[in-house]
Design a protein around this ligand. Structure first.
Ligand SMILES: *Cc1c(COP(=O)(O)O)cnc(C)c1O
Ligand SMILES: [Zn+2]
Length: 407
């Protein structure tokens, strides 16, 4: 295995390297470990089923909590609620990862490789989920972890990171400031940097299995579209890479929030280079990434989206709330705002005639609702206070009334 620059092709030995020595470009892993499939049942029920496709050479360095191999389900009630739609909607349920987001895939691979390459600890700059994931896997591995997050990160995510026992640093301002601090700290402490932009090639590499899982779970056929909540874009790359090997080519849809949409802005302008976003404002904390200082991550992602024949689209916070509500009420899926963004995007694209009504669309539900319960707080709920629990008849009438109101 070695690292290769996606921009200039310069190759590097397998090390904890985060950028091309020649041009500063994004590095990716070339080659695979070729490990035998693991024997342990718990590992076989995780992405490590494909250990040979990943980057860890010594099985003793695998750090797993049961990540990946997440369920994919058809969403018939959501399909029925889409006007004029006669295709298929599938939900790839990444909320089912151990810490509640798909970041566990990256972190499991990245921390194992950090162990293999001799790192003493791990650092991660995060908008919340990657930090929670890193803290969880560091606990599992018995490694020290430092997590750097914006001070305004949703409380549920902060609680989760603190619970796993990591050192948690709160930084005022947008995510890119946390990113810079983590870069400096990792250098100073000699820790591995697990920040889940395109920084850590060993971590990003594991996401290719996401595309492969979708292909297998659809019965070895490709969807027409995969809708992906997009910050800097490693997940877009992972899905694209996974499908490359299958010969199938779904259109990739990068979904961003209207209040932080640097990739969508460049897509709509027909530009090649993504420029940073000034002031992110959205409830979708998982994709609130202005890309300041690593704009080239966004440009790379945009290139992959275009190469797939796909598109980039933004959604409003109001549309996110509708999508969160409908995922929960129509399909029993509790997603954080970011995780619901693919459904909001699907609606928008169908309504605008930018996606065919017979599409076979996969929505990547990337993060769990438990992480940001506050985002549901102002949603109309059907909650009633019971004055007299002994008066069953009265309570039954109240329920009848409530059911009739719902229609
Ligand atoms: C990090 C994150 C994303 C964005 O992923 P990128 O690969 O950074 O583009 C999407 N959804 C959730 C829930 C996330 O935590
Ligand atoms: Zn290079």
């Amino acid at each position: 295995m070695r690292l290769i620059c996606v921009d200039c092709g310069h190759t590097h030995p397998p090390a904890l390297s985060y950028a091309c020595e020649a041009c500063g470009g994004i590095l990716e892993v070339q080659g695979e470990s070729g490990l035998e499939p693991p024997r342990e049942v718990a590992l076989l029920a995780s992405m490590w089923r494909h250990a040979g496709r990943l980057c860890i050479n010594d099985p003793a360095n695998i750090v797993s909590l049961g990540e990946g191999l997440t369920p994919m389900r058809r969403a018939p009630r959501i399909e029925a609620a889409l006007p004029g739609f006669h295709g298929e909607v599938w939900l790839k349920d990444e909320t089912r990862n151990p810490s509640g987001s798909f970041k566990d895939r990256l972190v499991s691979a990245g921390i194992g490789k950090a162990l293999e390459l001799g790192a003493r600890g791990v650092i991660c700059a995060s908008s919340g989920n990657a930090g929670a994931s890193t803290a969880a896997y560091a606990a599992r591995a018995g490694m020290p972890a430092i997590i750097v997050v914006p001070a305004h990160t949703p409380a549920g995510k902060l609680t989760q990171i603190a619970a796993y026992g990591a050192i948690l640093l709160l930084v005022e301002g947008h995510y890119s400031r946390s990113y810079d601090l983590a870069l400096g700290l990792a250098r100073q402490a000699g820790f591995a940097n697990l920040t889940t932009t395109f920084l850590n090639p060993w971590a990003v590499d594991a996401l290719k299995l996401t595309g492969l899982e979708i292909f297998e779970q659809l019965g070895r056929v490709a969807p027409s579209h995969v809708l992906i909540p997009t910050g800097s874009g490693p997940l877009v790359k992972g899905v694209a890479q996974g499908f490359t090997e299958t010969g199938a080519t779904p259109k990739l849809v990068a979904v961003q929030a209207e209040g932080c949409a640097p990739i969508v802005r460049a897509f709509e302008a027909g530009a090649e280079a993504v420029t940073a976003w000034d002031t992110p404002r959205t409830i979708a904390s998982g994709i609130s990434d202005p890309l300041i200082g690593y704009e080239r991550d966004g440009s790379y992602t945009l290139k992959l989206v275009r190469r797939s024949g796909g598109l980039a689209v933004s959604v409003s916070d109001a549309a996110l709330r509708d999508a969160m509500r409908d995922l929960a009420r129509l399909e029993g899926v509790y997603a954080e705002p970011t995780g619901a963004s693919p459904l909001a995007a699907l609606r928008r694209l169908l309504a605008e005639g930018r996606m065919p009504p017979d599409a076979r669309a996969v929505c990547m539900i990337t993060g769990h609702g438990f992480k940001d319960g506050a985002a549901f707080a102002d949603m109309p709920a059907r909650t009633h206070r019971v004055a007299d629990p002994a008066d069953v008849a009265a309570v039954a009438r109240l329920c009848d009334h409530a059911m009739a109101e719902q229609g």
